[in-house]
Design a binder for this molecule. Structure first.
Ligand code: HEM
Length: 146
């Protein structure tokens, strides 16, 4: 079972982080240069269909993997414990991602236009950086970097 959870966790990570890197580095520069809002909307709609399920898989498998490593959840936010510290970082990254995603989904995307595409940009860039930090934190369980 552990192998299946880890496989799903890594597969969904490739979708979430990979998709955001394509959006931020491959799509966004052209959209901002040509003000091609319609193209961004088409990409967002397509990515959301696989991105949101991937994030849900990340949370469910991540919590299971964290629980497997630290069954005593009262230890989860003990920053002196190296494993607990990374789990805490993951939870903080997750809550930040959810805050940005909800704000973009509820406040900006419904009325996306030339006027507010820059504020959407200031949601896409941090969420992309956080998605890479998620991978760094995940790998740190093995490497002890964090
Ligand atoms: C979009 C969000 C996330 C991404 C991109 C992500 C990415 C990764 C990656 C790439 C690994 C390394 C796997 C390996 O070493 O083979 C990993 C491991 C891990 N992640 Fe995540 N993760 C995310 C969310 C979470 C969340 C929310 C939690 C729960 C608190 C979590 C808990 C873990 C744990 C415990 C491991 C270690 C698994 C093990 O080696 O047994 N992750 N993650």
């Amino acid at each position: 079972m552990y192998g299946i959870f880890l496989f799903l966790h890594i597969l969904a990570a490739t979708v979430w982080t990979g998709g955001h890197l394509v959006l931020a580095c491959g799509i966004l520069p052209g959209v901002l240069k040509n003000r091609d809002i319609e193209f961004l909307q088409r990409f967002e709609n397509a990515f959301e269909k696989i991105g949101i399920p991937a994030l849900i898989i990340q949370v469910l498998t991540g919590l299971h993997l964290a629980f497997r490593m630290l069954p005593d959840t009262s230890m989860w936010f003990d920053f002196n414990n190296p494993i607990s510290r990374i789990v805490s970082i993951k939870v903080i990254l997750l809550l930040t991602t959810i805050a940005f995603a909800l704000d973009a989904r509820l406040r900006i995307i419904p009325k996306l236009s030339q006027d507010n595409v820059v504020s959407l940009t200031w949601h896409i860039i941090p969420v992309t950086i956080i998605s890479v930090l998620f991978v760094l934190a995940g790998v740190s369980f093995r490497t002890g970097w964090l």
